[in-house]
Design a protein around this ligand. Structure first.
Ligand SMILES: [Fe+2]
Length: 243
């Protein structure tokens, strides 16, 4: 259980390291503990406390999915909820700083940088959970299958490259993106939530490859997780994102 705990808290720990390294000067205004506490606040609570806050979505319907334990999924939902909580808090704090005219100071700059990490951590998980929960493979008569086949030479070529992208050493996301200018499809490796996304592109399929997404169930066997992920892709949802 100790190991599980360590894995689950990986991103939270990362946040606290960032906190110590960059936010010591903020402690004087009491912002640090407020912003970077563990993500244990329920969304019901968050909604009561913060007017106009974004509400976390409920992905409970994914429980029972083949190849994903409830423990892993529930921990992953909690992690996602933490991103929503922190995104709401950042919006509130940054909004207050604007009202107070506190814009030309390091505290504003660091929190503004932080906003991309928390917001994308929230939204990328939503894309991820929403492209799961399906049964059966891609519809071979559908427009997504045709588009992938046209752009990559064959569906098999695409799948091979997407899986290879997701198997790269390191943590992050494998994302099939569609360029809104050319409509072309590309597989991208996203190293951090807020770094490396192609501008003007729409995420079509997203796979979480942070260790918390699979280590509880698969240990270091990431390839087995990727196989389980592919068995549960909601291809209808994925195709619906295609422009
Ligand atoms: Fe995740």
């Amino acid at each position: 259980m100790g190991m599980v705990h360590v894995v689950i808290q990986k991103e939270a720990i990362k946040a606290s390291v960032f906190n110590r390294r960059h936010f010591l000067t903020l402690s004087g205004i009491g912002m640090v503990s407020f912003l970077f506490g563990q993500p244990k606040i329920s969304f019901g609570q968050a909604r009561k406390e913060e007017k106009m806050s974004y509400t976390a979505k409920d992905y409970g319907k994914l429980l029972g999915m083949e190849g994903f334990s409830d423990t892993l999924l529930k921990n992953h939902f909690t992690l996602y909820q933490g991103y929503v909580t922190n995104t709401n808090k950042l919006m509130e704090i940054l909004g207050q700083m604007l009202k107070d005219g506190k814009l030309g100071i390091p505290e504003f700059a660091e929190l503004k940088r932080r906003f991309g990490w928390e917001f994308n951590g929230m939204r990328l998980h939503e894309y991820y959970f929403e492209n799961l929960g399906g049964k059966g493979g891609i519809e071979k008569a559908g427009k997504l299958f045709k588009k992938i086949s046209d752009d990559f030479g064959s569906y098999e070529f695409w799948e091979k490259e997407f899986k290879a992208t997701g198997s790269m050493r390191g943590i992050g996301w494998a994302v099939l993106y569609q360029d809104n200018v050319t409509k072309g499809l590309f597989n991208f490796w996203i190293n951090e939530h807020d770094v490396g996304h192609p501008a003007g592109c729409t995420p079509i399929l997203i796979m979480d490859i942070f260790e918390h997404a699979f280590m509880i169930d698969y240990g270091l066997k990431r390839a087995d997780y990727i196989e389980a992920f592919f068995k549960n892709i909601d291809w209808k949802a994925v195709e619906g994102r295609l422009g």
